[in-house]
Write a protein that binds this ligand. Structure first.
Ligand SMILES: NC(=O)c1ccc[n+]([C@@H]2O[C@H](COP(=O)([O-])OP(=O)(O)OC[C@H]3O[C@@H](n4cnc5c(N)ncnc54)[C@H](O)[C@@H]3O)[C@@H](O)[C@H]2O)c1
Length: 288
C-alpha cells in the first residue's frame, strides 16, 4: 500500500500555528509584514504572488505589494528594494522570479538585507546555510524537510537521493539534509545511471523540471518519494515522478498538486514570522 502524503493538510497545520504566533506578536506591537515585488505581467508569476499575498493576509500579517512594469529598469527595481529594506514595518522582502532578461536578478536579490531575505536566496543567506549559521532558509527545501518530519521519517542515518542540483531546491536541500544527519547522494543531468543512484535509497527527492523522470525502475520498494516538480499540462498539474506507476511500490509519495507546493507557501509565512521575531529581539536588545 502506498500512502499519499497530504502536503495541503501539513501546510494548514503550519499556517494555523503561524497565525497564533502572529496574534501574539501583534499584541506586543510587532505585526509582521511581507513585501512582494512583481515585475511585469507573467501570468504564472501573478498567480504565485496572489497566492502568497492571500496566505500572508490569512495569517494576520501585513501585505505590502509593489507591482512594476515589465520594462522597469535595474535602478527602478533596486530603488524599490532599498526603500522596503529601510522600512521597519516590512519584515520580509520577496522578489518574484523569474525576472525579465534585461534585469540582473542576482544583483537585485543581493540588495535584499539578509535579515529580510524570506526566500533565502541571497549570497549571504546561502553562505549562512553552508556554514550552519542562523539564517532564513529557502522555502521549498525547508518545506520538504518539514514534510518528512511531519510524516515521522527519521533523517538521521537515512540514505537520501536528491535528484536535481538547482540553486532553488536541490542544492540547499542537500545541505539541510546533511545537517540533519542523512547520507545524501546528489544526482543531476550528467549522472550516467540515475536508477543506480536512487534505487538503494530510503528517500528520493526529485526537483529537476523533467516531467515524469522518475518511475518504478528508480525506486526501492517502500521508499519515500518527494516530488518537487510542477508542470502545467492540459490535464492539470503534474510532477517529475510517474506517480501512478509507483502505486504499490513506494511506501509514501507526495502528490502534485497538494504535496510540496502548499508547503512552500507555508514556509514563506514561517520565514516572515521568523524575520519579524528576530527584528523584535534586536529592537529589545538596543539600550533605551
Ligand atoms: N513545488 C514547489 O513549490 C516548487 C518550487 C520551486 C521549484 N519547483 C519545481 O522544481 C523543479 C526544479 O526546479 P529548480 O529551480 O531547482 O530547477 P533548475 O533548473 O535550477 O535545476 C534542475 C536540476 O535538474 C537536473 N536535471 C535536469 N535533467 C535531469 C535528468 N534528466 N536527470 C537528473 N537530473 C536532471 C539539472 O542538472 C539541475 O541540477 C521545477 O519543475 C520547478 O517548477 C517547485
Amino acid at each position: 500500500m502506498t500512502t499519499t502524503i497530504n502536503g495541503a493538510s501539513h501546510a494548514r497545520n503550519i499556517r494555523a500555528r503561524v497565525a497564533e504566533r502572529v496574534a501574539r506578536l501583534r499584541h506586543d506591537g510587532h505585526l509582521p509584514g511581507l513585501a512582494t515585488i512583481l515585475v511585469g505581467d507573467d501570468p504564472a508569476s501573478a498567480v504565485y504572488v496572489a497566492a502568497k499575498r492571500r496566505a500572508i493576509r490569512e495569517a494576520g500579517m501585513r501585505d505590502f505589494h509593489r507591482h512594476l512594469p515589465q520594462h522597469a529598469t535595474q535602478d527602478a527595481v533596486a530603488e524599490v528594494i532599498d526603500e522596503l529594506a529601510a522600512d521597519p514595518d516590512v519584515s520580509g522582502i520577496l522578489l518574484q522570479l523569474p525576472l525579465a532578461a534585461h534585469l540582473d536578478a542576482a544583483a537585485l536579490i543581493d540588495r535584499i538585507p539578509v535579515t529580510k531575505d524570506v526566500d533565502g536566496l541571497t549570497t549571504a543567506s546561502a553562505g549562512r546555510l553552508a556554514r550552519g549559521e542562523r539564517g532564513l532558509r529557502p522555502c521549498t527545501p525547508s518545506g520538504v524537510i518539514e514534510l518528512l518530519d511531519a510524516e515521522g521519517i527519521e533523517l538521521k542515518g537515512a540514505c537520501v537521493a536528491v535528484v536535481g542540483w538547482g540553486e532553488l531546491v536541490g542544492r540547499p536541500l542537500s545541505q539541510l539534509l546533511l545537517r540533519r544527519g542523512a547520507t545524501v547522494t546528489v544526482a543531476h543531468e550528467f549522472t550516467t545511471d540515475l536508477a543506480a543512484v536512487t534505487r538503494p535509497t530510503d528517500v528520493v527527492v526529485v526537483a529537476t523540471g523533467v516531467r515524469g523522470l522518475i518511475g518504478p525502475e528508480h525506486v526501492k520498494p517502500g521508499a519515500t518519494i518527494i516530488d518537487v516538480g510542477i508542470h502545467r499540462t492540459p490535464g492539470g498539474l503534474t510532477g517529475d515522478v510517474r506517480a501512478a506507476e509507483l502505486d504499490g511500490i513506494a511506501g509514501r509519495i507526495t502528490p502534485v498538486p497538494g504535496g510540496v507546493g502548499p508547503m512552500t507557501i507555508a514556509m514563506l509565512l514561517v520565514n516572515t514570522l521568523q524575520a519579524a521575531e528576530w527584528a523584535a529581539e534586536q529592537e529589545a536588545a538596543v539600550p533605551a
